[in-house]
Design a binder for this molecule. Structure first.
Ligand code: PLP
Length: 592
């Protein structure tokens, strides 16, 4: 039998082991399976979280916008403990107190008039899957509409709603996408917000008509999305169209529900009530996995004599219900939703005053504590925004980008002083990055690969700058194209002037593919040396030509794959200069 001592020993494993074993034995989410870097976090309290090096951060994104009441909430932890001891589980076909209490609370105290029943799942994705199934059963119709650039989850049903991540990978006849409020580029076709709204509504109505309203069960929309709000009047129009064609309107409140935007549900900002609501994340602040679907009277009644799809083993989980009940009670008692509204407004106005003036910042968007920072021009490239988020860690702020937005969505319990701490951190980070010329440098990075993120590190750029800053750099060899893209971006970031001397036309074509910057440089400043036919005389001739045309200050060899030609490349390089620098795919620079 394993005693408590042993369990503590296992869970007290060294952090290196935690990272290594995580990478070695678990499939990585949203990443590349051979990633060799991963952050590890060990403890948290309130709005702060600590990593394995003891650094403390404000959790500026509440993880994935779910830890809404922050960490270490004793009231909720006690509720979970009590329920685990009392009755940790019963099957979903029977009644139990936490289920009865929570369902009544959500319907009677939080939901808008007309909502009648709910079903509880384990998270947002399966809540959306159930919403799809319920909509189909309730209407007898099959098609579900959702907008392009949407995210509704990762299970098979919700993933098919989610056009943005699963384009082309999961396709089913029943899932139709339309241009909704995230298609902001359509603003270019409208003169003002009202005509933009009318255009979007026209698109929705035409989509329903062309699909045949008799087959469309529901329109599914994230009420608000990170970085996007619908235009004024949009939801009134959507509601009207849904009613006209007898199509259900479903709001996905997984991310925005339970206080995130300063109201219990985000649709309350618009005064429009859907037929169904899905939720998860904030309902338990992830003290336990739980999600759900709320249905109105019409939907609930239409299910009355129909069989409901199979239940989940963990549906209405007693611990989940207890935790959700405790989270909601805590939020009501401590006025957390009001706090999100008040501090959210304060934070937004402070951000506007203090960081909107930076040339890289275009806009602060959002409502309540679902705020986002939008960068401008080249700084809005995914790689640059990602690099900016990485740098924010040095200023005690932990967040990520749902490109093109930098997320500012701290736990809803945040106070004014902590909001000031956030603004200070962001401002200091931007100012110091500007002083260091960093923002200018990373402007060129291609949006390619997570693997190459070391190339964004300031230390790397600084040391590269001392070696090649402002110089004419001959870049040689045949490293992997993605690496060449990064090396080139780094060279440009150091205001150096690159000339490329590479192995073959084939390789040149590979480099030029989908990289505008490289294409330009390659058509202007590229020499081919054909290592396959490594004839000394021919090479000598080429080297003389290059030397006659260019005054090379420094030779740089990007090295990533160690094929047999490396020695040849080095030999050729030495004919240009006595000292040659090598740079590898981990951004290590060495003198050869
Ligand atoms: N819907 C929205 C709007 C979401 O943001 C998410 C998750 O981020 C989901 C659904 C999926 O929820 P879950 O990850 O809990 O399955």
């Amino acid at each position: 039998m394993i005693g408590h001592e042993n369990i503590r020993m296992v869970s007290g494993m060294k952090c290196d082991g935690i990272k290594d074993n995580t990478i070695k034995y678990s499939l990585l989410i949203d990443g590349i399976q051979h990633d060799d870097e991963m952050d590890a976090y060990v403890s948290a309290d309130g709005v702060y979280i600590k990593d394995d090096d003891g650094n403390r951060y404000i959790d500026l994104s509440s993880q994935v916008i779910n830890v809404n009441i922050g960490y270490g909430n004793e009231f909720v932890i006690d509720a979970a403990k009590d329920q685990l001891e009392k009755l940790h589980y019963v099957k979903p076909y029977v009644a139990h107190e936490p289920r009865a209490k929570l369902c009544e609370k959500i319907i009677r105290e939080l939901s808008p008039a007309g909502m009648k029943k709910l079903y509880l799942t384990l998270g947002g994705s399966d809540a959306n899957d159930y919403a799809i199934r319920i909509a189909k059963i309730a209407t007898g119709k099959t098609k579900i509409l959702s907008q392009y650039h949407s995210y509704h989850g990762a299970t098979i049903g919700s993933a098919q709603l989610s056009e943005e991540r699963h384009r082309g990978r999961l396709q089913s006849y029943d899932f139709i996408h339309f241009f909704g409020y995230t298609a902001e580029y359509l603003k270019a076709f409208s003169s003002d917000e009202d005509s933009y709204c009318q255009l979007l509504l026209e698109i929705l109505e035409r989509t329903i008509i062309s699909e045949d309203p008799g087959t469309v069960a529901a329109v599914f929309l994230e009420t608000m999305k990170i970085g996007y709000l619908p235009p004024r009047g949009y939801y009134e129009g959507v509601r009207r169209i849904c009613d006209k064609y007898e199509v259900l309107l479903i709001f996905d409140e997984v991310l925005v529900g339970f206080g995130r935007t300063g109201k219990w549900f985000a649709f309350e900002h618009y005064g429009v009530i859907p037929d169904m609501i899905t939720f998860a994340k904030g309902v338990t602040s992830s003290y336990f996995p739980l999600g759900g679907v709320i249905v109105n009277e019409k939907v609930a009644d239409s299910l009355e004599y129909k069989s409901f799809p199979d239940g989940l083993t963990a549906a209405y989980h007693p611990v989940g219900c207890s935790v959700a009940d405790a989270v909601i009670t805590y939020m009501q008692k401590e006025h957390i939703v009001e706090n999100a509204d008040k501090i959210g407004g304060y934070l937004k106005s402070r951000l506007e005053q203090r960081i909107l003036g930076f040339p890289e910042i275009e806009e602060i968007r959002g409502i309540g504590l679902l705020l986002t920072i939008h960068m401008k021009g080249k700084m809005s490239a995914e790689s640059a925004v990602r690099a900016f988020c990485d740098r924010l860690k040095d200023y005690g702020l932990l967040t990520w980008t749902d490109w093109p937005s930098v997320i500012v969505a701290p736990p809803l319990i945040i106070n004014k002083e902590q909001a000031d701490e956030i603004v200070d951190g962001l401002e200091r980070c931007l100012r110091e990055l500007e002083n260091e010329g960093y923002l200018k440098r990373i402007r060129y990075y291609p949006d390619k690969s997570y693997e190459m993120k070391r190339f964004y590190a300031l230390d790397f750029l600084k040391s590269l700058d001392t070696i090649i800053g402002g110089k004419k750099v001959l870049l040689m060899g045949s490293a992997q194209p993605v690496m060449m893209h990064y090396v080139l971006a780094a060279i440009l970031g150091c205001n150096a002037d690159p000339i490329i001397f590479i192995s073959s036309d084939n390789y040149k074509n590979m480099l030029a593919q989908d990289n505008e910057l490289l294409n330009e440089i390659l058509s202007d400043k590229c020499y081919i040396f054909e290592t396959n036919r490594f004839e000394k005389d021919m090479l000598k001739e080429k080297i003389e030509i290059i030397k006659g045309e260019e005054k090379i200050d420094i030779v740089l060899l990007p090295y990533s794959r160690g094929d047999g030609k490396w020695q040849n490349v080095l030999e050729v390089a030495k004919q240009f200069s006595d000292t040659v620098w090598m740079i590898d795919s981990k951004s290590v620079i060495m003198k050869l």
